[in-house]
Structure formats: structure tokens, C-alpha cells
Design a binder for this molecule. Sequence first.
Ligand code: CP
Length: 304
Amino acid sequence: MKNLIDIKDLSVEEIDELIAKAKDIMSHPENYWDKCKHKKLATLFFEPSTRTRLSFESAMMELGGNVIGFSSGSSSSTSKGESVSDTIRVVGCYSDIIAMRHPKEGAPLVASLKSTVPIINAGDGGHNHPTQTLTDLLTISCEKNRLDNLTIGLCGDLKFGRTIHSLITAMSRYKNVKFVLISLKELGIPEYIKEEVLEKNNIEYIETDDIEEYMDKLDILYMTRVQKERFFNEEEYLRLKDHYILTKNKLEKAKKDLCIMHPLPRVNEISTEVDDDPRACYFKQAMYGKYIRMALILKLLEIK
Ligand code: CP
């Protein structure tokens, strides 16, 4: 049985297969309507979510399957003190596959050690969010027609943004990918990502706190929200939260085929005036999330 806990659980070949499958589902959805008939997905969300939970649920429904689950720990027996391991053992009796989001880093890994059904990490603390990364890779593949030879700007909360950590890890495996890391030093990329991913693999990267400095070089600009829920100090969050706001003016020097991404939810990081720019891809990105999750469910359930 396979789980998806970290994007590194998938080889480049497996990622490419998932992307090809998602594209086939987009082109021929009718071929997939019954693939998961009589199968059940459990969505166990101990932290809030809109896109990840609902796109998983929509994905399973479009494959002909059913969905059970909860959208907060407080509405489950976790509130009575049940452990994650016990919850997982029990939910495995009622479902064929589980997508789980938890505030504690490593909780989905612990769950996978006890589970009788495949576990998908739908976000664990500030650590990883592999299905967002698959969504991002499908978006880049569809919008840029390639996953190599790209200069990617990552802007905002690079410290707590789990989508950033998984995306750098995944993109570092493709040829000639460079990163421009745009953040205030308080929210800079963790040292372990620099050392264990970027430097270990000789990936070119630049750090700056100026969003416009390298704008003309970027093929992709990936904006992120400052992760309020990871701060211990409200004042610090308020001081940092609105530092980067992408506006039309800031895009003046950007390439005509720049792809602007954001995992969403957006707070203030992208002005709504950018939404009508043809380079704004973030709502399409959310749509791609459903298709890549359909492909992933089929893979983990070993359905051809
Ligand atoms: N991108 C993302 O994970 O969104 P949600 O928190 O709404 O699931």
C-alpha cells in the first residue's frame, strides 16, 4: 500500500504520470465517472480548509465514489482525547482511502504507520502540503508547457509556507530551474531547505526583499499569504502581513507570459485589480487541484 506524506514519496516519473493522467481526465472526464464506484474517501481535517478538502471531495464524487469525514477536530472524538492513531484505525474500517490535514507536523506520517488504508497528507503544520505541490506542478505544466528551464519567484512567507517547501523540493528535481526567494528576513526560507535541497542539489537561487528587483527575469511568480496561524505573537503578524502586495504597477516590467500563482486563500498579497490580468493563474490553479487529486486517488487505490 502506498501513502503520500511528502512529495519526495513520488519519483519524477510518477509525478509525470500523475500530470499526464490529470490532463487525460480533463480532456475525457466521462471515461472516469465510474472508476471509484463503491469506494469511499474519508476527509479528516483537524485544521480549516476550503480548496483542499472540497477539491478532494469533488474529485472522489467525479470518480463515482462517496465521501465521509469531518472538517474540524472539535466535531470529532479528538475533542474527547482520542489519539490520531486510534482515529485512523477506526476510520480505516469505514473508508478505502484517507486525506488528512493536521496542525502537528508529522501527524500524517504517524497515521500512515497505523493505517490499513492509504493516507494522503493534506497539510501538516508548517511542514508539507504535497497535494498542493502536485496542483502547482500541473498548473505550471499546463500554463508553461514545461517543468524545466524556469525562473521561479517565491514571495511572502517562505518560513511557514508549507506549499513553498514542498514546491522547492519538487521543482529542484527538474533541469535548469532557478529560484528568486523574495521575503523579509523574519520570514525567510528555513536553513534546512537551503542546505538539504537547494545547496545539496546545486540549485541556483537569489535572496532579496524587493519584489520588483528581478521581476523581468521571472517565468513564474508564486505569491503566498503570511501564515497567521503559525505566529505566537499577534503584533509581529500585524507588522509583517501586508509587506508584499502585488499590484498592476509592480508587474510593469514582468514578462508577457509570466504565470502568477498563489495557493490561496489570499488575504492582501495580490490586489484584486490583478485578477483580470491574463497572467493571473491562481483561480485556474485551484481548478487544476481537483484533477490532480482525481489522478492521485486512482493511483493510490491502484485503479487503472
Ligand atoms: N491551498 C490550500 O491549501 O487551501 P485551503 O487551506 O483552503 O485548503
